[in-house]
Write a protein of this length. Structure first.
Length: 464
C-alpha cells in the first residue's frame, strides 16, 4: 500500500483512501513490527509531490506521534520518514516548522544515544537543504549547537557533521558565521578524540568561505594553534591535513605564509603521523605559484630533513612533496637544481616505494624544468643508474620515466634521445640475459622504446 500510495499510478482520491486506511490500522496496532511497517508506508505515501496539503499534514502528525512510541525501533522509522519529508522540498514552511519542532522535542526527551544521534542526523538533513528559510535554519542550528554538549560521543560527532552540512548550504552569512564560531568553540572544549571530526567539518566550511573572510582566518588560527600546541598527536595530524586542504584552495598571502611556516615546523614533530601529514600538506600548498621563492625554499629545506626520517612513509611523502614543488613554474633555477639533488639522494633509499616515488618525481621535474636550466641530462643520467635496481617495480618505473624524458629530449641537444634509447635497450637485454621471468616487464620496456620512436620530436636517426 505504501508503494502504491507513493506512485503516480493512483489518483489523489485513491491515495487519500490508502493513507486513511494506513492511519486507521496504525491506531489499532499493538505489534511493534506492524507499527514500523505502517509508519514506513505512511512516510512513502506522504512523500509524493502530488499528495494534498491536508493529507500530508495528517501524515506528519501521525509520524510525530511515532516519535513518542514506546519502542525505539518504531521511533527510528518515524525520524527517518520525517527527515525524508522535510528535506524533499514538498512541504510548506509551517509544516516544516512542525517537523523541526517535533524532532527538537524528541532530541530533548533524553532517549538513548543511538536515538539522539538519529534525530541529529535528521535535523542536519533537513537543514542542509538550501530552500530552508533563515529563521528555521536558526532553530535547527540552535538545537544542534545544544547537542554539541551531549554526553555521548556519537551524538557530538553527528552534530558536528550536521552543522557543517548546513554551513556549506546556507546562503545566510550570519548563520554560517555562527556555525563556524560554534564549531571552533566545540573544538576548544571537546575531548581529543573529537578533534579530527571537527577539523574535517572545518575543512568543508573552508571550501565555501571567502578567502579574506573573518571566519576562514579564525579557522586557520585555530588549526595552527592545534598543530603547534595540541597534546594529542592525532589532533596535530588532522590539523596538518586540514591546513593543507584549506591552503591549496587559495587563501590570502599572509594566511598562506602562516600555513606553510607552521607546516614546515611540524615536519620535526615527535610523532611520525604528524610528520607524514605535514609533508603531504606542504606538497599541496608549496607548489602554488602564489607562495613565492622564499617560502618554496623554506619548504624544500624542511622536506629535505624528511628524506632522512626513520619512517618510510614520511620519506615517501617528503619525496613526493619535493617533486610537486619542483614542477611549479615559479621555481628558480637554483632551487630546481637543489631539488634534483635531494630527489637523487632518495634514489638510493632502502625502501622500494620511496625509490619509485623519487623516480616519478624526478621525471616530472625534468619535464617541467626550463631547458635553459640544463637539468634534464643530469636527471636522465641519475635515472639510468636505477635500470639495475634490485626491485622490478623500480626498474619498470625507471624505464617509463626515461621514455618520457626521451620523448621531449630533442630540445636537449644532440645525442640525448639516443642515449636514453641505448639505456632502455640495454635494460631489456640485461633483464633477459639475467633469466628474469617477468616477460611482461620486458614487453612494457619495448613499448616505452617504441613510444619514443613514434614521437614527432625525435630525429630520424633515433627512430631507426
Amino acid at each position: 500500500l505504501g508503494v502504491l500510495g507513493s506512485g503516480n499510478v493512483v489518483g489523489a482520491e485513491l491515495r487519500e483512501v490508502i493513507i486513511d486506511k494506513l492511519m486507521q490500522a496504525l491506531a489499532g496496532s499493538e505489534l511493534v513490527v506492524v507499527r514500523m511497517r505502517l509508519l514506513e508506508a505512511l512516510g512513502k505515501a506522504g512523500s509524493i509531490g502530488m499528495a494534498g496539503r491536508r493529507l500530508r499534514q495528517a501524515v506528519v502528525i501521525k509520524l510525530a506521534e511515532g516519535l513518542r512510541d514506546t519502542d525505539l525501533a518504531v521511533c527510528s522509522i518515524s525520524i527517518d520518514a520525517l527527515a525524508e519529508l522535510g528535506s524533499a522540498g514538498i512541504v510548506h514552511h509551517q509544516l516544516l516548522e512542525v517537523i523541526v519542532q517535533e524532532l527538537a522535542q524528541a532530541l530533548s526527551a533524553h532517549h538513548g544515544p543511538i536515538y539522539r544521534s538519529r534525530v541529529v542526523r535528521a535535523l542536519g538533513k533537513i537543514g542542509g537543504v538550501r530552500r530552508v528559510e533563515d529563521g528555521l535554519h536558526e532553530t535547527i542550528v540552535q538545537t544542534l549547537t545544544q547537542a554539541l554538549g551531549d554526553a555521548d560521543s556519537d551524538v557530538i560527532s553527528a552534530s558536528v557533521t550536521a552543522l557543517a552540512a548546513i554551513g556549506c548550504e546556507t546562503a545566510n552569512v550570519a548563520t554560517r558565521g555562527r556555525i563556524v564560531d560554534e564549531l571552533l568553540q566545540a573544538f576548544d572544549k571537546c575531548a581529543p578524540e573529537h578533534g579530527p571530526g571537527v577539523m574535517a567539518s572545518l575543512s568543508k566550511l573552508g571550501a565555501v568561505l571567502p578567502t579574506d573572510s573573518r571566519e576562514l582566518l579564525a579557522i586557520v588560527r585555530h588549526l595552527v594553534r592545534a598543530l603547534v600546541g595540541s597534546v594529542g598527536s592525532h589532533v596535530r595530524s588532522a590539523s596538518a591535513k586540514t591546513l593543507g586542504e584549506i591552503g591549496m584552495r587559495g587563501v590570502g598571502r599572509g594566511m598562506l605564509e602562516s600555513i606553510v611556516v607552521n607546516l614546515a615546523r611540524a615536519i620535526s614533530d615527535r610523532h611520525s603521523e604528524v610528520r607524514w601529514q605535514s609533508a603531504q600538506a606542504i606538497g599541496k600548498v608549496a607548489s602554488l605559484e602564489a607562495l613565492g621563492s622564499r617560502l618554496q625554499r623554506l619548504s624544500s629545506e624542511k622536506l629535505a630533513r624528511g628524506l632522512n626520517d626513520r619512517c618510510d612513509f614520511v620519506r615517501e611523502s617528503s619525496t613526493h612533496a619535493l617533486g610537486r614543488i619542483g614542477t611549479a613554474s615559479a621555481v628558480d633555477g637554483r632551487l630546481h637544481a637543489d631539488i634534483v639533488k635531494m630527489l637523487t639522494r632518495s634514489l638510493g633509499d632502502h625502501d622500494a616505494v620511496v625509490r619509485t616515488t623519487a623516480v616519478t618525481a624526478l621525471v616530472e621535474v625534468g619535464i617541467a624544468v626550463p631547458i635553459e636550466h640544463g637539468l634534464r641530462r643530469t636527471i636522465a643520467e641519475e635515472l639510468s643508474k636505477c635500470c639495475c635496481d634490485r626491485d622490478v617495480g623500480v626498474r619498470e618505473r625507471t624505464m617509463k620515466a626515461l621514455g618520457k624524458l626521451g620523448s621531449v629530449g630533442a630540445a636537449c641537444g644532440s645525442g640525448f634521445s639516443e642515449r636514453i634509447v641505448e639505456q632502455l635497450t640495454q635494460a631489456i637485454n640485461r633483464d633477459a640475459s639475467a633469466g628474469s621471468q617477468d616477460d611482461g616487464l620486458r614487453s612494457r620496456l619495448v613499448v616505452s622504446v617504441l613510444g619514443m620512436g613514434s614521437a614527432g620530436n625525435v630525429d630520424r636517426r633515433v627512430q631507426l
